[in-house]
Design a protein around this ligand. Structure first.
Ligand code: FAD
Length: 518
């Protein structure tokens, strides 16, 4: 079999699709269900283990741009996400079951993909005709981890992430919470963001966007600034009570808050709380851009709840990853106004994250420097996030296919989000390497940037899409334009998102479609 891919997560699934779309047969190894991980719950490929959000979906946001680039490159992950979309304002959130089902189904029926349910315990042999992609994720099995250590010649770096709890919708007190999008932004079916209109028209209480809060959303699902959320408003007394309980609550693991190494974009709430009484109010509990309709004013602090499945009966606490003991989570989180009687569908947990030091180990084509017929992709290659993991799988899949066809390997320029991510992973300072989400900050700056922040971001996105189109043309990957078929799939998924994601008709189109195939 020309291409071997180890790991059927977001990166491995995307890599297999890209290869098969280019006529390269791929064997995809996935160890579940025989060998489970600490966080996956099913045997499906591309299972989302925590948040159901792929974050922002507009071009004024770097992850929105990355997604658009992936769509133009024929990404399976993006197409499955469109088809399983649930309401989340300007973000792209999905019904996780349906999403994984679509990815698994598409690969299972593809004639060039063979799925093998088996743990790979040693790095397979590779050659130009038979390259290998390792995409085993943050929870790479122990046996393979040992092989990786000897290959890359160094101990794995590691840190901890934590996942957010989910509550049952019917257990939320609707008299206390209110539904609103931050800044009153909500995505219309046409993709236009609506302006904020305060209910009582009082200009004094109208919140203004504050640059401090406008950073791009980190991977662990902290509010991306727009969405249809349920908001739990706090008075200062309620916040104080909650804060005191949180900093005194018992953790599930031994704690030394200074020594543990968490990814800054995914800190457990108790770790944030230990940094100071107001840290949460400037993070996941920020009240800005929200107006409590009962008072006509922003609350002192707020917890946002995001719909987690299409049925709308599960809500996750946005940005509330935690490693408190489960009994302590129940006690402390029930101090949140509106969650006094909450029933927990899932508690937060702590987990390991395995990744290599990208700049030491990888070329920007995602090939291993010491062995260019071997590729790393996904979280273990040193990126952070669902979208970034899938994006790296996409390029690894394209380049592994190029090797098989005897063609040159390549990546899009650094003016594109996907090219910038590749460059960051392979060129950041290896002494202080930290996995990164995509941001405009790691892309090539504009020569003559427009004045306004929004205009600058849009100009970067326009340049990125133009440059991607040119790169795709040069490498015979199509013209880089959004296809009419995808546009129709997107609008059909959007218009049915309130009640059920992709229509049967659009699902059919998805399976029958040749989009992504050359
Ligand atoms: C608990 C947790 C929560 C996270 N939360 C978020 C979040 O909310 N948002 C976000 O954007 N990102 C999150 N991430 C980070 C990251 O984006 C995801 O882990 C993402 O799934 C990474 O994609 P991947 O393809 O690299 O790995 P995965 O999706 O984990 O896929 C790797 C696959 O390889 C398989 N595998 C492992 N070892 C072997 C082996 N030896 N042989 C065969 N198969 C093997 C695994 O079973 C798995 O299916 C989280 C990570 C973790 C661990």
């Amino acid at each position: 079999m020309p291409l071997t891919i180890v790991g059927g997560g977001l990166a491995g699934s995307e890599a297999a699709w890209q290869a098969a779309s280019r006529g390269v047969p791929a064997r995809l190894y996935e160890m579940r269900p025989a060998q489970p991980t600490a966080v996956h719950k099913t045997d499906r490929l591309a299972e989302l283990v925590c948040s159901n959000s792929f974050r922002g979906d507009k071009l004024d946001n770097a992850v929105g741009l990355l997604k658009e680039e992936m769509r133009r490159l024929g990404s399976l992950v993006m197409r499955a996400a469109e088809a399983s979309r649930v309401p989340a304002g300007a973000a792209l959130a999905v019904d996780r079951e349906r999403f994984a089902e679509i990815v698994t189904g598409e690969l299972a029926v593809h004639p060039l993909v063979t799925i093998v349910r088996e743990e790979v315990t040693a790095i397979p042999e590779s050659s130009e005709q038979e390259p290998v992609i390792i995409a085993t994720g943050p929870l790479t099995s122990q046996a393979l981890s040992a092989g990786l250590v000897s290959l890359v010649g160094q101990d794995h770096l590691y840190f901890y992430d934590a996942i957010s709890p989910i509550v049952l919708a019917e257990s939320i007190d609707r008299d206390k919470v209110f539904r609103a999008s931050r800044w009153g932004r909500s995505l219309t079916p046409t993709g236009v963001v609506q302006a904020f209109r305060p209910a009582d028209g009082d200009p004094e209480v109208r919140p203004k966007p504050d640059a401090m809060y406008e950073s791009e959303a980190p991977a662990c699902g902290i509010d991306d600034g727009a969405g249809d959320y349920l908001n739990c408003p706090f008075t200062s007394e309620e916040y104080q009570r909650f804060y005191d309980a949180l900093v005194h609550a018992e953790s599930a693991t031994v704690h030394d808050f200074d020594k543990e190494r968490f990814f800054e974009g995914c800190l457990p709430i108790e770790v944030m709380a230990h940094r100071g009484p107001d840290t949460l109010r400037f993070g996941p509990m920020k009240p800005v851009g929200l107006v409590d309709p009962r008072t006509g004013r922003p609350p002192y602090a707020a917890v946002q709840l995001r719909q987690d499945n299409l049925a709308g009966d599960h809500y996750s606490l946005v940005g509330f990853q935690t490693q408190l003991k489960w009994s302590e989570q129940a006690r402390v989180l029930r101090l949140i106004p509106g969650l006094e009687e909450a029933e927990f569908v899932r508690f937060g947990t702590v987990h390991r994250n395995t990744y290599v030091n990208g700049p030491d180990v990888l070329f920007e084509t995602w090939q291993v420097r010491r062995r260019p017929t071997l590729f790393f992709a996904g979280q273990m290659s040193g990126v952070e996030g669902y979208v970034e993991s899938a994006a790296s799988g996409l390029l690894a899949g394209l380049n592994a296919s190029a090797l098989v066809h005897g063609e040159p390997v390549s990546v899009p320029p650094r003016t594109t989000a996907i090219g910038a991510l590749s460059y960051y992973v392979s060129h950041a300072d290896p002494r202080h390497y930290e996995p990164s989400n995509i941001t405009f900050g790691i892309m090539d700056p504009l020569g003559r940037p427009p004045r306004g922040k929004l205009e600058r971001k849009l100009a970067m996105s326009k340049r990125a899409l133009d440059d991607l189109a040119a790169w795709m043309e040069a490498y015979g990957l199509g013209n880089g334009q959004p296809s009419a078929e995808r546009e129709s799939l997107r609008s059909s998924a959007r218009s049915s998102a309130g009640g059920g994601g992709a229509s049967p008709a659009s699902k059919e189109r998805l399976s029958a479609s040749g989009e992504g195939n050359p």
